[in-house]
Design a protein around this ligand. Sequence first.
Ligand code: BGC
Length: 765
Amino acid sequence: MHNLFEIDDWKIIENGFDSSKQKQAESIFSIGNGGFGQRANFEENYSGPSLQGSYVGGVYYPDKTRVGWWKNGYPESFAKVLNACNWIGINIEVNGKVLDLNKQTILSFYRELDMKQGLLIRKFRVRFESGKELEIESTRLCSMADDELAAIRYSVTPINFSGNVKFTPYLDGKVMNHDSNYDEFFWEEDSHKVDLKKGYVCTRTKKTNFTVSTAMRFSFWRKDELLDIHPNTFSKDFYVENNFEHFLEKGTKYTLKKYISISSTLNHSEFSVIPRSINKVRDAYVNGFDKLLDDHISAWKNIWDKADIIIEGDSTAQQAIRFNIFQLYQTYTGKNEKLNIGPKGFTGEKYGGATYWDTEAYCLPFYLKTADPKVARQLLIYRFNQLDKAIENAQKLGFKNGAALYPMVTMNGEECHNEWEITFEEIHRNGAIAFAIYNYIRHTNDESYLMQYGRPVLFAIARFWAQRFNWSEDKKAYVMLGVTGPNEYENNVNNNWYTNYLAKWCLEYALTVNEKITDSSFERLSLAEITSWKKLTASIYLPKIEGSNIYLQQDGFLDKEQLTVNDIPENQRPINQHWSWDRILRSVFIKQADVLQGIYLFEDHFDLNTIEDNFDFYEPKTVHESSLSPCVHSILAAKIGRLDKAYELYLLTSRLDLDDYNCEADEGLHITSMAGTWMAIVEGMAGIRVFSDRVVFRPVIPKNWKSYQFQILVKNKPIKISVSHHEFEIENKGAEDLELFIFGESISIQSGNCYTAHTPKIKTV
Ligand code: BGC
């Protein structure tokens, strides 16, 4: 696969401007700070293809549902995180001609995403029709140290002339969502104000009444000398600007430093958002750009010190894993309990910025091992807080007695999704939430969370499963009809193995948790529930290919023509962009890990042969057209000793957006699957598993890596792992001793000590 941008260990680099890549680049070079985020749109005007995007976490609007054929049970709206006030704008004019990279001759262009320092940098030279040449350098940051601040340092140097240049820093709140269902404008104005070198725009979402105040300040410099300028001010609804013309001397650099603060009623009271943003931007302005920059860089350093993965000998892989970690932390830092992780983060509008099962199935394991356990706890409590809505949601679909169906897509707990085969049928999402509770507990043993928050969620989900199975007289087993598994290229199937298996496990786990209840104030399962769930779980139908250990994705899967991905001509990939939907549904091709997703989650339930046989059956049929897929296959490939395959799938998952494998990076990045990429190294290559009763290590190393190393928390204990072709080392960085199973052998590493051994040439289990 061809690399879209240059390879570098810490940077993404674009040398030379190609407007056909601009929308992809806008996504890939996005920056954010967990509180808000910004696509890599240009500060100056740009009339070429672009998706202008600034997103403020948690601020959403319920966009009226649009469907071809209404089905009972569809939600009225889809809650979307909104494209908000454009704060980056700085227009430049020379003799009445607006700087626009779509119009002038571009003499050079360089764009860089510096992931170590969290900076978006550009440097370019243009020639106007008049022959006048300008060089521009810009540095942009969304402060990681303070998630309400951002800043831009924008320098202009006239190369071959001295003369007037006009600068217009502005804020524009008149922003439309590109994905608005009815071309509706989601904002109304609260107020705006402009003054010399400062201003704010405060807008409010219709219906949901989120108020967002965006304030700016700026200063203007000739080299290091602060200039006293007297701009004109202009404002209109939703918009404020300052503009000034200044005489620039040939060859001299002039810099505009623009400071931004964004405050919203997600975190502050209605009355405080405007003064807050004004005060914060004033402080940032007074402290200066360099202070903001230093604080920002040291906040990133703290993240990298804990979460970095160092790969020696393979810059392609190194750049990719850092890009994935970088984007995850830009999207979610765990600081704000009201936020969750949208599949596109702050890099695009698709998926509406809402919460999917991706959070529990993919992101939670990442935060569990790289962040303080309260981050994972907080993600789980987010679902606890939405339990009532999940119960209501299940009631609407006819379930009773406190059964909960969590939404496929949500902002506030209400379902937003509106395709029947997913909204009503892709119910495995419930299982991922239950599994996440279990996963958190096996990492932390946080029994107080389990009893107070996990238990009610788990019981309500289990009640849903209990009602969703029905007895089949024909099969003499409980079956689950009309579902969509993780593989969305099959809809309305019966007995999706993954869903049945997960539901069975969930019922059993709920029964186990019930037995642990000692405090009588906590609700217990009724005797009737216990009896009927035990009966149910003993006879759940789990389809299998007869005479083999291969689990069947769903009833009838073998009726399909058993082709492999190699049978699809290259020019018809991805099939979702080339084939009609019915053709996809009838084909054997699998969008994303399905049976293998289950085998991955419950790996300790299966022997190695079973894992291998299922991998060999399903991997050749999987097109990996969901970003969530290749990482799971990569982990299993490493487990069964297919290191080349594991590596190939690792590159696919880690460079999915960087090289735009699925031709959709222009819409935004696949943030949630980036956690899966990280798992492909930690769980795949390093073979780390945290089970309830033990922690297991089986490190291997791809042949073209010299070494790799990282730090993680296992059961809350910090460890550092280094693996080379000769040996691997595990350092216990915690205060307590560490008990591990390394290639099956029980090892104890004392606090502060290292364990070193030869890295096996042939993988064992
Ligand atoms: C996948 C889902 C996923 C969603 C958001 C879809 O393409 O099939 O499993 O939840 O994207 O990432």
